[in-house]
Design a protein around this ligand. Structure first.
Ligand SMILES: C[S@@+](CC[C@H](N)C(=O)[O-])C[C@H]1O[C@@H](n2cnc3c(N)ncnc32)[C@H](O)[C@@H]1O
Length: 203
């Protein structure tokens, strides 16, 4: 099932809502956000993280490669009458980067879907203003059982390796903590997958 197909029922899972709220609270604890903060949520899905951060930031851009997800976001923008929130259809692995910069780029559970995630991190660096922050919440390294054998993305991320990549791209003040746990599997055989939040800065 594609993300387009999943879009209309995405928000019916209370765990996804809780996850976004928890990550938003953790970002707000670690990064100073003000009404002047220009924020981008990349791989926003239905915008759960972005909308949770919205009261703390100024302009907010919600970007995704899925038209279906962005249609849900557009409806939320219309229903909430938000004037500083807009959508952007964007796949930074295929499209040129937009001609604008941000003070905050955040992303939740998206990076592991991107084959060239290092290229994506490089694009994030270019899209940040000096002093801006990148906040990525995603899976810790796992055995491939999260998505199953056919999945072509990343099997989560090793924290030390991730930190090393970010350092080599030029980011500093890198901090990685556990923020959430996704529960999968069955009642008999439950599986828990930790989710980290990485916060770093473009000098
Ligand atoms: C697991 S969902 C997470 C959605 C949302 N961040 C959340 O936590 O509820 C991954 C999202 O990343 C988007 N995505 C996957 N690859 C992408 C890419 N290369 N560029 C932009 N968005 C992408 C998908 O369309 C989907 O909305």
């Amino acid at each position: 099932m594609s993300f387009d197909d999943k879009a209309t029922c995405w928000d019916t899972d209370p765990k996804k809502l809780e996850r976004a709220e928890v990550v938003s609270a953790a970002i707000r604890e670690q990064v100073l956000l003000t009404p002047a903060t220009r924020a981008l949520e990349y791989g926003c899905g239905t915008g759960l993280l972005g909308f949770a951060l919205r009261p703390a930031v100024g302009e907010l851009v919600l970007a995704d490669s899925s038209e279906g997800m962005l249609e849900v976001v557009e409806q939320k923008i219309t229903d909430g009458d938000f004037d500083q929130v807009r959508t952007l259809h964007l796949d930074l692995c295929a499209d040129p980067a937009p001609n604008e910069c941000f003070d905050l780029i955040c992303s939740l559970m998206t990076l592991h879907h991107v084959p060239d995630y290092q290229g994506l991190l490089r694009s994030f660096y270019q899209l940040l203003n000096p002093g801006g922050h990148l906040c990525i919440a995603d899976l810790d390294a796992e055995d491939g059982s999260f998505h199953g054998a056919d999945f072509t993305g990343q099997r989560g991320f090793d924290r030390q390796e991730f930190k090393h990549i970010l350092t080599s791209l030029g980011f500093d003040h890198i901090d990685i903590t556990t923020v959430f746990e996704v529960e999968r599997g069955t009642a008999e055989v439950p599986r828990r997958y930790p989710v980290f939040l990485m916060v770093c800065r473009r000098p």
